[in-house]
Write a protein that binds this ligand. Structure first.
Ligand code: NAP
Length: 246
């Protein structure tokens, strides 16, 4: 039986690798190589881009991959598009594993949902802001006209940020007491986040609610059409089993 390829970089991808490894299903996890000191899944790991859909299709054929699970972050749209195209070309079954978003969170009705950074910039103007939307959209937030901006990132950025911004490098999971302390210390009035979903970064939302801090949430990009999707690791294990063992 040949390997399963997990496109990773998320906690769900690591949990899936551990489950499949435990079930003795040969699996390779793929990471982009963006983070300096990534949390590594168990088992075989490869790091770095494939060179677009054609490069990934070549990889699938060369390694005789039997099934691909796209367990990348919901905002990693480039990799998901590439996976859909490559799996179609190489005729390899593809499943999307994406954790549920926060649209159904009990507090979601009190947040301002926006379609992208430009709308978030308008919503956050004039406030003391905590920005937790990640490295990729920083350029689009550079025009933010706010008296104070604290940006929280996993790694320091090499790109130029506005000189007056403060940068905090840290990695989840976070706690509600820790997030309360951070929001209080910097007298944050508004939190900007993306709809990552999951529990690792949820405490900031609970802390914001407790302190009356406004929350602006970037909606998720649309999922790839035509790719079957599940939201749990256990459903994914079932799909992998039926695909490679069936
Ligand atoms: P992206 O914009 O969707 O991907 C851009 C390119 O990076 C892809 O076309 C691919 O290069 C390479 N790449 C991305 N994920 C890869 C993977 N798992 N294995 C091998 N190559 C990968 O990706 P991104 O948003 O920068 O995210 C990069 C990684 O960080 C992903 O693994 C994702 O799960 C993780 N992550 C992202 C976010 C986020 O907010 N975007 C948050 C947490 C974790 P080629 O075209 O050369 O194959």
């Amino acid at each position: 039986m040949n390997a399963v390829l997990i496109l990773g970089g998320t906690a769900e991808a690591r949990a899936l690798a551990a489950e499949l490894h435990g079930a003795r299903i040969p699996v390779t996890s793929s990471l982009a190589g963006r983070v300096r000191d990534p949390a590594l899944p168990v088992g075989d790991v490869r790091i770095g881009g494939f060179g677009g859909p054609a490069g990934l299709a070549d990889y699938l054929r060369a390694h005789r991959i039997r099934a691909v699970v796209d367990a990348t972050h919901p905002f990693a749209t480039g990799m998901s598009a590439s996976a859909a195209a490559a799996c179609t070309a190489a005729e390899v079954p593809l499943l999307r594993l994406a954790r549920p978003g926060w649209a159904d969170h009990p507090l979601a009705g009190g947040w301002q949902w926006v379609d992208g950074p430009a709308e978030a910039v308008r919503a956050a103007a004039g406030r003391r802001v905590l920005l937790t939307t990640g490295r990729r959209t920083l350029d689009e937030f550079a025009v933010l006209d706010a008296p104070f901006v604290l940006v929280r990132l996993v790694d320091p950025v090499s790109a130029d940020l506005p000189a007056e911004w403060s940068v905090l490098t840290s990695r989840g999971p976070y706690t509600v007491p820790g997030e309360l302390a951070l929001l209080r210390e910097h007298r944050i009035e508004l939190l900007v986040t993306k709809d990552s979903g999951g529990q690792m970064t949820e405490p900031k939302l609970l802390a914001a609610q407790q302190l009356g801090v406004r929350v602006v949430v970037l909606r998720r990009p649309a999922a790839e059409t035509g790719v079957p999707a599940v939201s749990t690791v256990s459903e994914t294990v079932g799909w992998v089993r039926s695909t490679v063992e069936g």
